[in-house]
Write a protein that binds this ligand. Sequence first.
Ligand code: GBH
Length: 440
Amino acid sequence: IARMATNPLPQFPPGFLWGVSTSAHQIEGAVEERDPSVWDAFTAEPGRVKDGSTAAVACDHYHRYPEDVALLADLGVDAYRFSVSWPRVNSPGGLDFYDRLVDALCAAGVRPVPTLFHWDLPLELDWLNRDTAERFAEYAAVVVGRLGDRARKWITLNEPAEHTLLGHALGAHAPGRRLLFDALPVAHHQLLAHGLAVRALRAAGAGDIGIANSHGPTWAASRRAEDVEAADFYDLLLNRLFADPLLLGRYPDGVGELMPGHPEGVEADLKVIAEPLDWYGINYYQPTRVGAPQGTEIEFGGLTLPAELPFSVRELEGYPVTDFGWPVVPEALTELLLDFHRRYGDRLPPVVITENGCSYEGIDDQERITFLDGHVRALHRASEQGVDVRGYFVWSLLDNFEWAEGYARRFGLVHVDYDTQKRTPKASYLWLRDALRARG
Ligand code: GBH
């Protein structure tokens, strides 16, 4: 396979972590060997997943993890971000799997970075119930009790924003509710779960705790006041609703009063939510162009956005797009990080990019190399301009079950043949491997 000749990776400060990410539901398979999750129920409903597929087998990582750990070791990454499946931990022997995985990673010299929740909620639980936050902290204590001697770096939640929006407001993900703004308690309960889990992890001696939040710059469709106002509101929902309570201990104006338990209960919860973090994880994919509502339903990125939303999402023209149709805008990563640096000042802990990647077909994936190279350089520019950046994790190690898109979107550095389960490193894997080796 041809490898595009590129410059070496830019130099980051010592201790910078290069890694790759995956999530349990997207790769493990072996569903009959664990309790059901909301995603199992959702995929069983006709029409929910585009190609009608399920994650019953996925990459069969549950049985093939030694091969996948060998791929990680050969790639030469410092760290591997995976998620622990809560319904698997709830079933007999479920935690043994993660114990074996963590042992294998340590033996291969790859640092394990577990994420405690990546959307696969046990079927009997519901984020609309406050009690789920307490259950999450108990589960976190069980997992850290077993893995905490070897896993030092922890992530509580993956993208509570997307889980709230896609799963509970728009119904495109499990559990498939379309509550629009009535989904806000789901955001609050996840944030509370995060804070309670931070306390449980610390009580067990864990000392390097973060979260993986989805963020991206919002660009107003024009300078017209209506467009700017709509874009500000979208920015509030995607970025500030999840970052402000964690980093500033308060909700942005206009949202706190919509949360359950307002006002005294929310104040008390915010103390838990704002437990100091050791680092802040950002999953970055692309900026979003937003304007005033247009009074009609909008089809966008596979979603149907209802007409009554107080904003409308617009196509971002003038950029190359991935096979998923997402615009490729590396410079917006620099912008995002500089914005965060400005907005939160010294309340912002060191930042790790916990996900960044793209879907392209094919094994000779030169576009993915260009994408990753561009984003790493954009990250480096933010670092040069004063943002304390400590790591970069590619989404994803393997092609996998891309939620409502099924297997149609391939985000992996490694190609997976879903008939044979054969893994084939793509050009981007070889590029990253060579670049990591060259760093010395
Ligand atoms: C992540 O979510 C997830 O953590 C991961 O599980 C998933 O596999 C991965 O990304 C890839 O999807 O239509 O141009 O506006 C990403 C959240 C939400 C980011 C939708 C891109 C819209 C693209 N994504 N967003 S666009």
